[in-house]
Design a protein around this ligand. Structure first.
Ligand code: MLT
Length: 238
């Protein structure tokens, strides 16, 4: 089994994802929010690559969905929710369809059309995702959402952790250079992943703009066991 890591969505060209299992990681905060929303009873999370597209998808759902997501880390004007996992409580999301327009995470998911299946991972469900990937036979493409087209420390460390956990279950993996680099990054930070979030660029930014609490919320390793999967354009509990 080959594992490749794409540190930004733009490097994950469709031809490189063909016939592979894909995993999209956006630790701060889209993957963490998607996982939390589905654990708390949301029916589905529909990724939207842009804000206008999110409103279009809401109309297609006859306005019966909740718009969530952010620009610059803040809730988009006219959206019901931002992108803090702490907003996706059972009272708010149980039984609801969500349409998510996050700056990087939604775009990353929308770029994985030629891969199948596509899973969503963050620190919150990393062990369950590793277990599922170790039990299947297809080559794996791990796609880091990054930050505005650039490398993000937290997504890359999480990608390394995923590979480290797969290696514990499955031997003779063939790792790309980026996969090996991600593993080395994880080994640098494994003793204090919350600290890693606080020093990462986007973690520092979120703390500056009033979302400091999200760092601890996104650092709860294996808080959940669900593995969200993309099905017909919508992210659901498998
Ligand atoms: C992302 O897409 O990278 C995140 O949504 C950014 C954020 O939640 O602040």
């Amino acid at each position: 089994m080959k594992i490749d890591v794409f540190f930004t969505p733009a490097t994950a060209e469709p031809k490189l994802l063909k016939n592979r299992t894909a995993v999209v990681i956006d630790v701060l905060r889209a993957s963490s929010s998607i996982i939390t929303a589905l654990v708390n009873g949301a029916e589905e999370v529909i990724p939207a690559p842009s804000v206008p597209d999110a409103f279009k998808k809401l109309r297609a759902k006859k306005n019966k969905a909740l718009l969530c997501g952010e620009r610059g880390g803040h809730r988009v004007k006219g959206f019901h929710l931002g992108n803090s996992p702490l907003e996706f409580t059972p009272d708010t999301v149980a039984g609801r369809t969500l349409v998510m327009a996050a700056t990087n995470g939604s775009v990353a998911v929308c770029r994985t059309k030629s891969a199948k299946p596509v899973y969503i991972a963050s620190l919150l469900n990393i062990e369950s995702v590793a277990e599922k990937l170790a039990a299947q036979k297809r080559d794996i493409a791990v796609i880091c959402s990054g930050k505005e087209g650039r490398f993000s420390l937290e997504d890359s460390v999480c990608a390394g952790m995923l590979i480290f956990l797969i290696e514990k279950r499955k031997h003779r993996l063939e790792l790309s250079d980026t996969a090996m680099a991600a593993c080395s990054l994880y080994k640098d930070w494994l003793l204090d992943l919350e600290q890693m979030l606080t020093v990462a660029e986007h973690g520092r930014y979120l703390a500056r703009v009033g979302h400091k609490k999200d760092l601890a919320a996104c650092a709860h390793v294996n808080q959940y066991t669900i593995v969200p999967v993309l099905r017909k354009g919508s992210i659901v509990k498998e």
